[in-house]
Design a protein around this ligand. Structure first.
Ligand code: FMN
Length: 205
């Protein structure tokens, strides 16, 4: 099949998020203006640069009560956010943290997770998560949107602190097979990272 997104497709569900897979899940913690910790998963998430290390996440529609999603608003206002690694073992809590809870609700408490202090930023980390990226927001970009009242927003941040649970560093490498990160597929589907293949990079003769 071929379709132009502007004209629509004939499938029962939008296939787009099944075509960019697997997506890492940026489990984003932020601090609200009143100090309330916020937590939400974003699969429009990735690392975008090494030096200095930078990551992005994107919010695709507005907050249920209007305005940007809490993570975007907080990352912009506080100037920081933390990316917590989401694992298959933490999938229920990760999914529960997508609840559109009112802004004043502490989503760590709501989903039964523990906060751990960060080393550099004020935003707390998910203590149960095996790795964290402490970030300072460096750009918030409004993306094109079909609905002027319901914008798409890209948040970019510089990674200023990295935490890795020492139990998961084996022979100098992050042991992803033990961590079991979770990735987002299309629809309501996920994948656990539990097998790998190493491939040598080609060189020019
Ligand atoms: C696995 C998963 C991935 C998600 N990815 C995104 C995303 O990339 N962008 C987005 O706007 N919402 C995404 N959502 C929905 C948000 O998590 C949800 O709207 C949440 O309530 C936003 O919370 P916040 O207002 O506290 O930021 C995702 C939900 C799940 C369960």
């Amino acid at each position: 099949m071929f379709y132009e997104p502007s004209s629509g497709h004939d499938l029962p569900n939008n296939p787009l998020n099944a075509l960019v897979v697997p997506r890492p899940i940026g489990w984003i913690s932020t601090l609200g203006p009143d100090g309330t910790p916020n937590l939400a998963p974003y699969s429009f998430f990735n690392a975008v640069a090494y030096d200095p290390p930078q990551v992005m996440f994107a919010a695709t529609s507005g907050h249920r009560s209007g305005g940007p999603k809490d993570s975007v608003m907080n990352a912009r206002k506080s100037g920081e956010f933390v990316v917590n690694m989401a694992t298959f073992a933490l999938r229920e809590q990760m999914n529960a943290s997508a609840t559109p809870a009112p802004r004043e609700v502490d989503e760590f408490e709501h989903v039964g997770l523990t906060t751990a202090p960060s080393a550099i930023v004020s935003t707390p980390r998910v203590a149960e998560s095996p790795a964290h990226l402490e970030c300072r927001t460096n750009q918030v970009i409004n993306l094109p949107s079909d609905d002027p009242d319901d914008g798409n927003t890209l948040v970019l941040g510089e990674v200023v602190g990295v935490h890795i649970d020492d139990r998961f560093i084996v022979d100098g490498k992050v042991d992803l097979m033990t961590i079991g990160p979770i990735g987002r597929l299309g629809y309501l589907d996920y994948v656990e990272v539990n097998n790998r293949t190493a491939i040598e990079r080609p060189t020019w003769p």
